[in-house]
Design a protein around this ligand. Structure first.
Ligand code: HPA
Ligand code: ZN
Length: 318
């Protein structure tokens, strides 16, 4: 039985398995530039973050209707349950859809229809986090936040994702401040490919959790700050290897992050693209880095502690 855990870094668009991509393409009369599932899966060979994002955004084109988003989210929840997930904080990228003419209502309506039955179907509680695409203008992020106002009862927080280098958190200071004024929680991808200073900028914006964050190890003062503030890192080991932020799983800095006293969590990021779901990540770490059962239990406990669940619920789950 997989350890009960929370998943805190999961892009719902990154759970689009090739089989479902073909099903949705067929349903929506879209011709994919691949003829078979195997041919598509063979394209999942990445050299860096951008090479992955190119395919990730291209395949979102099959997501057109509310039912498509519901089916995508249901498929993730089914797999997550089998991997021991008891609570999931799920990212979505509204601009990846609104830029294609898909209404925000369709995206949020479709995803939340699946979230609404997750507790009953799988015993999984859920939160939804809306990410801004950092390689698009900050003004567009602000427009997205404003467009989401009617849906804020369904959104717990905002995040920042997409191509990192050259797009520092400071560019989004205004929209993050506005989100905070609306009562939203703040997270941001930082220190995946970008430098430690991007992590520092994210913290200075009031971000409560750093997504990835592995490059903090290059800056001891920053590590000390993250440890002192107990700022969680949502680390995604298989993603880091597949996007070549780390050479091999045996070289992954997760043990060093734990040894530095950081609140480390393990997550899957874009599991359909990176070869495994969240428990597969735990197992890869256990195998290649010889993590002890006690370390794995600590990681699972950290995942609940780092979540946006209320303290009494965290207590029940840990
Ligand atoms: N990094 C940045 N943007 C993303 C990622 C990621 O790992 N996955 C989906 N969008
Ligand atoms: Zn991510």
């Amino acid at each position: 039985m997989p350890l009960p855990k929370a998943e805190l870094h999961l892009h719902i668009e990154g759970t689009l398995e090739p089989e479902l991509a073909f099903t949705l393409a067929h349903r929506n009369n879209i011709t994919l530039p691949y003829t078979t599932v195997d041919e598509l899966r063979a394209a999942y060979e990445f050299t860096d973050l951008q090479s992955f994002l190119n395919l990730y955004y291209a395949l979102t084109d099959v997501l057109r209707t509310e039912a498509d988003f519901t089916d995508l989210t249901r498929a993730y929840l089914t797999r997550a349950a089998a991997q021991g997930v008891r609570h999931a904080e799920i990212f979505f990228d509204p601009q990846a859809h609104t830029a294609r003419g898909i209404p925000l209502d369709t995206v949020i309506g479709g995803i939340t229809a699946a979230l609404d039955t997750a507790q009953a179907d799988h015993g999984i509680s859920t939160h939804l986090i809306m990410c801004f695409l950092r390689d698009r203008p900050a003004a567009e992020a602000m427009d997205t936040l404003n467009a989401a106002r009617p849906h804020l009862d369904r959104i717990i927080g905002v995040g920042l994702d997409s191509a990192e280098v050259g797009h520092p958190p400071n560019d989004f200071a205004q929209v993050f401040a506005a989100a905070r004024d609306l009562g939203l929680r703040l997270v941001a991808h930082a220190g995946e490919e970008g430098p430690p200073d991007y992590i520092r900028q994210a913290l200075d914006l009031g971000v409560e959790r750093i997504d990835h964050g592995i490059r903090c190890l290059e800056d001891p003062d920053l590590v000390a700050r993250l440890a002192a503030e107990r700022t969680p890192l949502t680390v995604c080991p298989m993603s880091n290897v597949r996007l070549r932020a780390v050479d091999t799983m045996a070289d992954h800095p997760l043990p060093a992050l734990m040894d530095a006293g950081l609140l480390v969590t393990v997550n899957s990021d874009d599991p359909a693209y990176f070869g495994g779901y969240v428990d597969d990540n735990y197992r890869a770490l256990a195998h290649h880095l010889h993590l002890t059962p006690e370390q794995l239990r600590t990681l699972a406990r950290n995942s609940f502690e780092a979540s946006f669940l209320p303290a009494d619920r965290i207590k029940e789950l840990t």
